[in-house]
Design a protein around this ligand. Structure first.
Ligand SMILES: [Zn+2]
Ligand SMILES: [Zn+2]
Length: 389
C-alpha cells in the first residue's frame, strides 16, 4: 500500500504545482488568510474528505479514519504569507501588491493536500487515523499553532509531524536533528527615560542617548560574558530611536531587538541579566528604564524516536538520497507548540533551485517544485513509521 501511495503522490505532481501556484498568486498575510482557508476547504469538498474549519482562527482540520485500528497521527502545513513585494519574474508571480509567499507555505499546503488525495483510495487498508492540520499565521507571533491547539487540534492525536521546504538545501535532501532544532524567538523594546535639554549643557540633562550607547555594548556581554559558553543564544538590537535635532538632548531613547535561544533556562537567564544591565546603567545616570520583553515561540525540540525515522531511515523515502544531521537553526517556528504537547519531529525538505539561491523571506525567494512530492512522501513516512512503532 505505501508504495502505491508514494506512486500516487508522484502522479499528483501537476495537481500540487497547480495548487501551489494558485496560492502563490493569491497570498494572504497572517491572521487574514480567509480565502486561502476557503480554497483548502474547497479542495477537501472535492475530495469528499470531512473537515472542520475556523479552528483557532482560519485553521482547517481534515481527517481520514483508516479501516484498521491504529494510532492517530497529525501532519501539519502552514499557509500564511509575508508583507514582501515579490521580485521574481515568473508566470505565477504574486498578484497582491506587497504580499508574497516568501517562505514556501504555499508549497506546504499543496504537499499536504496531495497526501490526503493519495491516501484516500487506501482508506480501508489504512491503519489508524491521519489528521491534516492546515495552520494559519505561522509568521507572526502569537501565531496560529497555539490557538489551534487551544481549540482542540491535538485531541486524540498521538504524534505530530511537520516539514519546512528549505530553499537553501538541495532537492532530494532531508535535514533535521534530535533535540533543539529551531530556536525560541523573542522580541524586546527598551526605553530609557532621561531628561532632555540643550546639547551644550549636558550637566543639566540625563542623556538617554549615552545610556543607549552603553546598553548596546553591555547587552552584548550578556551572551559573551554571562552565559555558559556551551549554551547558545543571540541578542541582536535592530532599532535605535532617539532625538530629532543635532544640538538637543532628547528626553527618551528606544531600542528594539530580538533574543534567540535553544533552552528555556537560557531565556530566563537572559531576561534576568538584561534587567541587571539596564538597571545598572539607568541608576548610574539617575534615570529610569522600561523593558518590554515579549516571549515569542519556544524552541522546536524534536523528540528522539520520531527524529530517528528520518535520521536513520530517511533514505527509505523515495526521492530522498541524502539525510543530513544539522546544527540547530536560530530561526523560530510555532511548530514548537505541537512538540511541547505530543511526540513528533520537524524536518527540512530541500527545495533549492540551482542558480537561484535566495533565502527565506527574500523578495526573490522561490522553491523548487520538484520538492513538493518529496515533502508529501516524507510526511507519509512519519505516519507509516509511527504506526509501526
Ligand atoms: Zn517564514
Ligand atoms: Zn516558514
Amino acid at each position: 500500500m505505501w508504495e502505491q501511495i508514494y506512486e500516487k503522490i508522484d502522479a499528483l505532481y501537476n495537481r500540487m504545482v497547480e495548487d501551489r501556484r494558485y496560492l502563490h498568486q493569491h497570498p494572504e498575510l497572517s491572521f487574514e488568510e480567509k480565502e486561502t482557508s476557503k480554497y483548502i476547504c474547497n479542495r477537501y469538498d472535492e475530495l469528499e474528505i470531512p473537515y472542520q474549519k475556523n479552528i483557532g482562527g482560519y485553521g482547517v482540520i481534515a481527517k481520514i479514519v483508516g479501516g484498521k485500528p491504529g494510532k492517530t497521527v497529525a501532519l501539519r502545513a502552514d499557509f500564511d504569507a509575508l508583507p514582501i513585494q515579490e521580485e521574481n519574474d515568473v508566470p505565477y508571480k504574486s498578484k497582491v501588491d506587497g504580499v508574497m509567499h516568501a517562505c514556501g507555505h504555499d508549497g506546504h499546503t499543496a504537499s499536504l493536500l496531495a497526501v490526503a488525495e493519495a491516501v484516500l483510495p487506501f482508506k480501508d487498508e489504512l491503519e489508524g487515523t491521519m489528521v491534516f492540520l492546515h495552520q494559519p499565521a505561522e509568521e507572526y507571533a502569537p501565531g496560529g499553532a497555539k490557538p489551534m491547539i487551544e481549540d482542540g487540534a491535538l485531541e486524540g492525536v498521538d504524534a505530530v509531524f511537520g516539514t519546512h521546504l528549505w530553499a537553501t538545501t538541495p532537492v532530494h535532501t532531508i535535514e533535521t536533528t534530535n533535540g533543539a532544532f529551531m530556536a525560541g524567538a523573542d522580541r524586546f523594546e527598551i526605553t530609557f527615560k532621561g531628561k532632555g535639554g540643550h546639547g551644550a549643557m549636558p550637566h543639566q540633562t540625563k542623556d538617554p542617548v549615552v545610556m543607549t550607547g552603553q546598553a548596546i555594548v553591555e547587552l552584548q556581554q550578556v551572551v559573551s560574558r554571562r552565559l555558559d559558553p556551551l549554551q547558545s543564544a543571540v541578542l541582536t538590537i535592530g532599532v535605535i530611536e532617539a532625538g530629532e535635532a543635532f544640538n538637543v538632548i532628547p528626553d527618551t531613547a528606544r531600542l528594539q531587538g530580538t533574543v534567540r535561544y535553544l533552552d528555556k533556562n537560557v531565556q530566563d537567564q537572559i531576561i534576568d541579566e538584561m534587567h541587571k544591565v539596564l538597571k545598572g546603567i539607568s541608576e548610574s545616570y539617575d534615570a529610569e528604564y522600561e523593558l518590554d520583553y515579549v516571549k515569542g515561540y519556544p524552541p522546536v525540540i524534536n523528540h528522539p524516536a520520531e527524529t530517528e525515522y528520518y535520521l536513520n531511515e530517511g533514505k527509505d523515502i523515495p526521492g530522498v538520497n541524502q539525510v543530513n544531521e544539522v546544527p540547530p537553526v536560530m530561526g523560530g517556528e510555532d511548530f514548537a507548540y505541537y512538540l511541547e504537547e505530543r511526540p513528533g519531529t520537524f524536518f527540512f525538505t530541500g527545495a533549492k533551485i540551482e542558480g537561484h539561491d535566495y533565502p527565506h523571506h527574500h523578495p526573490k525567494f522561490d522553491i523548487n517544485e520538484e520538492a513538493l512530492p518529496i515533502a508529501a512522501k516524507a510526511l507519509v513516512h512519519g505516519y507509516k513509521k509511527y504506526q509501526e512503532s
